[in-house]
Design a protein around this ligand. Structure first.
Ligand code: NZQ
Ligand code: ZN
Length: 384
């Protein structure tokens, strides 16, 4: 096992009715800015409930954070924070609202131009505003981690940033709050969290036996509970999806083991150029990525085949092919196409994606940092 530091200060309040705890989780004297996406939280009553629980506090609202939040939108929220002397941010939504709120938390206290936060991956963040979360979409894990992804629209660049100061102070995870989610978003959530686990598990053996078993348990839970969670409102399935998605990316399973993240790097470029849902880019890239890099991932692919999909018959090549096919079929069964061509990306589009990767310095990625532009090209061509 590799050496590691594990730090995660986010308090989780999990379960039906837990929203009431906002009353004590948000400081009594706080001047609160509630940050929202489009209309969902207003329409389904979550916003009204939040406002009621916050009681007498000074509460302001910023709505209109788009899926794949933009720097341009979030800078308008930063102005609101300054104008209204906000000292507590409350994100009510999914990954986009939480990520956008993390940007505001850093930008409002940033010395220098906030756009630099994105160009330096958050390295120079020295202070932040505290933020809390009411999660409405289980998918990204942003509710219990210190990372976020924001798009600079003017540059067509979707860039991640991180800081130990960006963990939410608390996150409220009430599975009932997912009951108005469209099936498409639920399916996206299952696939995004599945691939978060794969990015940290399907690399090369590093003696992280406990991490492997945790990752396999989470993958098996998604395979078992995911379809029920997507199909309709089933409290138990939604609770399991919600907690799995959080555990998939809160630092636990990735501590002490190699991590890949190349599927995400390619996926972010595809979203920036084609505006494809985050999880859908991943569903198309992952099977291709595993096929192209089967040698480098051989040992873990065989372990994944056996322990996650129960594949024991056939020679090594057959078992690896079968595991990749089962993965593809799982995503397809949830309604996510696994070919880029299904999203309108053709061979001509690949050159543009490669140019973006180069512009963003993404020329040595993956668990061995050996994915250069020519290997990225192979993966994208395989994904067509
Ligand atoms: O905007 P509203 O009207 O609220 O509707 C949203 C949005 O259209 C809707 N929605 C959310 N909760 C709902 C609901 N609709 C009905 N009922 C509810 N309870 O769902 C739509 C999608 O929301 P979004 O927040 O964009 O989805 P998701 O949670 O999948 O977040 C995706 C973003 O997170 C980033 C992605 O790149 C993408 O920008 N990621 C963040 C990560 C992180 N911080 O660790 C890791 C991930 O890999 C990912 O990159
Ligand atoms: Zn993701």
């Amino acid at each position: 096992m590799q050496n590691f530091d594990f730090y995660n200060p986010t308090r989780i309040a999990f379960g039906e009715g837990k929203l009431a705890e906002l009353a004590t989780l948000v400081p009594a004297q706080a001047r609160v800015l509630i940050l929202l996406g489009g209309e969902s939280a207003r329409k389904n009553g979550t916003l009204a409930e939040v406002r009621a629980v916050l009681g007498e506090r000074q509460v302001f609202e910023f709505s209109g954070i788009e899926p794949n939040p933009s720097y341009e939108t979030m800078m308008r929220a930063v102005e609101e924070v300054k104008k209204n002397r906000i000292d507590f941010l409350l994100a009510v939504g999914g990954g986009s609202v939480i990520d956008g709120t993390k940007f505001v938390a850093a930008a409002a206290r940033y010395e220098g131009e906030p756009i630099e936060i994105l160009h330096t991956f958050g390295r120079k963040i020295a202070q932040t505003l505290p933020l809390g979360v009411v999660l409405t979409l289980p998918a990204t894990g942003s509710e219990m981690n210190n990372g976020a992804v924001v798009t600079i629209k003017a540059q067509g660049a979707k860039l991640p940033f991180f800081s130990p100061l960006l963990f939410p102070v608390f996150s409220i995870l009430d599975p009932v709050k997912t009951n108005t989610l469209p099936q498409r978003q639920l399916a996206n959530g299952v696939v995004d969290s599945f691939i978060h686990i794969v990015e940290q598990y399907l690399t090369f053996p590093a003696g992280g036996h406990v991490q492997d078993r945790l990752a396999e348990g989470l993958l098996l839970t998604l395979i078992e509970q995911g379809p029920t969670a997507v199909e309709g409102f089933d409290y138990s399935a939604r609770a399991n999806l919600m907690w799995t998605a959080t555990l998939a990316l809160n630092g636990l399973i990735g501590a002490g083991v190699p991590q890949d993240w190349s599927t995400h790097v390619l996926g972010h470029e595809l979203t920036a150029k084609y505006n494809i849902d985050h999880a859908r880019t991943l569903a198309a890239v992952l099977p291709a990525n595993l096929l192209v890099r089967r040698e480098a991932k051989r040992a873990k692919l065989l372990q994944y085949a056996e322990r996650v999909w129960g594949i024991r018959d056939g020679d090594q090549e057959q078992r690896i092919d079968a595991a990749i096919e089962r993965t593809r079929a799982f995503f397809e069964s949830l309604g996510l196409p696994t070919r880029l061509s299904a999203y309108g990306v053709d061979a001509d589009g690949i050159a543009a994606i490669l140019a973006q990767l180069e512009a963003h310095g993404m020329t040595a990625i993956g668990e061995r940092k050996d994915i250069d532009l020519s290997l990225s090209q192979k993966i994208l061509e395989q994904a067509l």
